[in-house]
Design a protein around this ligand. Structure first.
Ligand SMILES: Cc1ncc(COP(=O)(O)O)c(C=O)c1O
Length: 389
């Protein structure tokens, strides 16, 4: 038999797959600190807009770049949020933020170009670069630097083949944000070295006061080289709807169109009508969500600080805490497995986010306060047993 695409061997997620497939993952008594999605339902008004679209026969292909009313609504929302003037021609609707990333990587670096990506970081980056025929080059995020990209680490990795730098803020798995001074340094590097930037902002509506979301696209000289990849998944509890978008200079539309037309054709028509309704909900929707998420964040922060044998960077965005469990002396996969098997607590081993995630666990606090409380109790108990006092 002929060999499979060798790029599929660029990464190994067999250990993680095994973990997720384990029988114990399905126990009803589990508390799930692993999940990467909100527990809130999609707002009814969005569901109703979808039903209305189905009932009125919006069940056919849409324009490749997206439904005109959705692109327009997103251009207006992004103009407001980023303090820039966007038109609908700068918006490209995709089936989720994950696909948005892939389309940009393929279009810009599919010629073997080097793509810098964070380690630890969102697990899709490396496989997407490899599958998209780019050359993956990771840059470290370390606890000593608060898991913020160190401009010198980026500068030192740039060669004449570097095409793209991927930034992610708010971050998965760390839950921090990149401060604006660092964004300024990174923008200067991108401009000096003529490289493009993907700013993965899937969690931009989940930033906790007093911190604020800031984006590299708003800095001078960056709009023409920045590709925002965005998602409805986390902002509106719409993970299953598969809808996201790219914000990019309209000169790139033809390139995206070429890839998209022959791989996806268009995003589900009724998801797009529902998404347009979501955008109309305006900022008050995020404010309400943030209010609830803030109490969850404060609860987990308080609970974890009582476990003196672990540490974590201050959660500022998204809904994750990246917990240092190095004092257990075990690998993150071993600790996750013990927590699951012996304490019915689901967590994600940091090694799933890159080798530099070893020694950490990602905890998600996108669940209700009672569950967070119970999960914290189990974690405290576990750490008392796993870490010699
Ligand atoms: C950092 C980051 N970017 C992008 C995405 C993409 O989300 P989706 O494909 O559901 O829009 C996720 C999802 O977990 C993420 O964590």
């Amino acid at each position: 038999m002929k060999a499979l695409n060798p790029q599929l061997n660029t990464w190994d997620d067999s250990a993680l797959l095994q973990f997720f497939m384990s029988e114990n993952m399905r126990r009803p008594e589990n508390i799930n600190f692993g999940i990467g999605e909100m527990d809130f339902p999609t707002p009814q008004i969005i569901v109703d807009a979808c039903k209305g679209a189905l009932d009125s026969g919006i069940t056919f292909y849409m324009p490749t770049a997206g439904a005109p009313e959705l692109r327009l609504a997103l251009a207006e929302a992004c103009s407001r949020e980023y303090g820039l003037e966007f038109t609908e021609n700068e918006i490209f609707v995709t089936p989720g933020g994950t696909n948005a990333l892939f389309v940009v990587i393929l279009a810009l670096a599919g010629d073997g170009g080097e793509v810098l990506y964070p380690n630890p970081g969102f697990p899709a980056y490396l496989p997407q670069i490899a599958l998209g025929n780019g050359t993956p080059v990771d840059y470290p995020l370390s606890e000593e630097n608060g898991f913020i990209p160190e401009p010198d680490d980026i500068r030192n990795r740039i060669t004449n083949r570097t095409k793209l730098l991927i930034l992610n803020s708010p971050s998965n798995p760390i839950g921090n944000i990149i401060p604006s001074e660092t964004l300024e340094d990174l923008a200067a590097i991108a401009i000096d070295n003529d490289i493009w930037v993907i700013s993965d902002e899937a969690y931009r509506h989940l930033v906790y006061a007093p911190d604020r979301h800031s984006s590299i696209i708003s800095l001078p000289g960056m709009r023409e080289r920045t590709f925002l990849t965005c998602s409805f998944s986390k902002s509106y509890s719409m993970t299953g709807w598969r809808i996201g978008y790219i914000v990019a200079p309209s000169t790139f539309n033809e390139a995206f169109f070429k890839i998209f037309q022959y791989t996806v054709t268009c995003v589900s028509s009724f998801s797009q009508i529902a998404a347009a309704k979501a955008v109309q909900l305006g900022d008050s929707y995020y404010r309400e969500t943030l209010l609830q998420m803030t109490s969850r964040k404060e609860l987990i922060e308080r609970g974890l600080s009582e476990i003196t044998t672990v540490s974590f960077p201050k959660p500022q965005g998204a809904f994750y805490v990246f917990l240092n469990i190095q004092r257990t002396g075990l690998s993150s996969a071993e600790v996750s497995k013990k927590l699951l098997d012996d304490y019915s607590l689901v967590t994600i081993p940091g090694s799933a986010f890159g080798d530099l995630g070893e020694g950490y666990l990602r905890l998600s606090y996108a669940s209700d306060l009672d569950k967070i409380e119970e999960g914290l109790e189990r974690l405290k108990d576990a750490m008392q047993h796993l870490i010699p006092q």
